[in-house]
Design a protein around this ligand. Structure first.
Ligand code: UD1
Ligand code: UDP
Length: 356
């Protein structure tokens, strides 16, 4: 089968590594980078560390409003599809690259395959919710990370070609953890002892575009009484710069990290606080307590299992939970067995895809 895979943002590069490896054993894959993320530390570093094949096309769309970024991808990606005429297009997750990839393919009657299908926050003010709703409405095959996602699709009447394969982020995590431990020197570079710090990431529009929410997060982190390592997403860098708030001396703002350094910092953190979907799941893979700086999450099973706590942005709640939150000893295997990429490649090989 000739497959065009679309990637554009940081988590999509990471997830594409195990999928590309598996696909290329059985199928022809053409990799298209939309250029949504473009800084070295947001893009190329992941290709280098994870050995992801160089993209066959880079659409170089860069940043912009939702409409302009999505529209640019649509225009440029359509040209690729007209030239390559693939049997299907794979999109992943919920970014503007996902939305535009699914839409361009569907208009050309090319079946779309959605990896990480069926996730829902049930909050349509969240741009990602719109992207994933549309991608799932257009897709012909659905690979789900969790059983909850399968249930969400069923509730929307989608049951054909729906597969629970687990999380390709777990594939990447398991495959790279030993290498990350060998290669990363981040703990000594930052002078950190294991379990002596908390790790924080923030990049959601709801938190970065609302100064009051972001100020609450900074105020809370300043009061936790422990070193806070905070690799700053470029979107957050600008927003933090504009805040009129005192940063506690315990907060260490650093550049975005490569994947290996991030894994080692996650694995050795005493606690993780984040609004990232990927980092919530990785906290679970690494068996680290996670506080989610949002009012809802797609990854509800991690909350039900007692390993993730929704704390929103209330200062007192964050500080209290940072000091007291303790997950149980057990962890159910929510995210599969780390072989999602292989399963996807195999199922696709045995599947007849059609656009209806
Ligand atoms: C995007 C996704 C989000 C995902 C996140 C992963 C959408 C709507 N959002 O959010 O779902 O969780 O990626 O990180 O697709 N910027 C740079 N350099 C870069 C990339 C971005 O400076 O390499 C800055 C630009 O100012 C840009 C801003 O970050 O306007 C936001 O980037 P964008 O790709 O629009 O959205 P993210 O917040 O990264
Ligand atoms: N990540 C990274 N360096 C960082 C922050 C995150 O390598 O400085 C990785 C993280 O380990 C996870 C992925 O990026 O694998 C998550 O991406 P992000 O938080 O940007 O997006 P989301 O998962 O929320 O869509």
């Amino acid at each position: 089968m000739k497959i065009v895979s679309v990637v554009g943002a940081r988590p999509e590069f990471i997830q594409s590594a195990p999928v590309s490896r598996a696909l290329r054993k059985r199928h022809q894959e053409i990799l298209v980078h939309t250029g949504q993320h473009y800084d070295y530390l947001m893009s190329q570093t992941f290709f280098d560390e994870l050995g992801i094949p160089a993209p066959d096309y880079n659409l170089e769309v860069g940043s912009g409003s939702h409409a302009s970024q999505t529209a640019e991808i649509l225009v440029r990606f359509e040209e690729v599809l007209l030239k390559e005429k693939p049997d299907c297009v794979i999109v992943r997750g919920d970014t503007n690259s996902t939305l535009a990839g699914a839409l361009a393919a569907s208009k050309l009657h090319i079946p779309t395959v959605h990896i990480e299908a069926g996730e829902r926050s049930f909050d349509r003010r969240m741009p990602e919710e719109i992207n994933r709703l549309v991608a799932d409405r257009l897709a012909s095959a659905f690979f789900c990370v969790s059983q909850t996602a399968v249930r969400h699709l069923a509730a929307e009447g989608v049951t054909k070609n729906v597969y629970w394969v687990g999380d390709v982020m777990l594939d990447a995590n398991l495959a790279n953890r030993p290498l990350a431990r060998r290669k990363s020197t981040i703990l000594s570079t930052l002078g950190l002892a294991p379990a002596s710090y908390g790790l924080v990431t923030v990049h959601r529009a709801a938190n970065t575009d609302d100064p009051a929410r972001l100020a609450n997060i900074v105020a809370a982190l300043s009061q936790v009484g422990e070193t806070v390592v905070f690799p700053v997403h470029p979107r957050t860098r600008g927003a933090l710069g504009k805040l009129d708030v005192r940063f506690g001396g315990n907060i260490r703002l650093i550049e975005p990290l490569g994947y290996f350094d991030m894994m080692v910092l996650e694995e050795n953190a005493r606690i993780i606080a984040t609004d990232s979907g990927g980092v919530q799941r990785e906290a679970y893979f690494m068996q680290r307590p996670c506080l989610t700086l949002r009012d809802e999450t797609e990854w509800t099973e991690t909350v039900e299992a007692g390993w993730n706590k929704l704390v929103g942005v209330d200062v007192e709640t964050i500080v209290r939970e940072w000091k007291t939150f303790t997950p149980p000893a057990e962890q159910p295997p929510i995210f599969g067995d780390g072989k999602a990429g292989e399963k996807i490649a195999e199922i696709l090989g045995n599947m007849t895809l059609s656009i209806n």
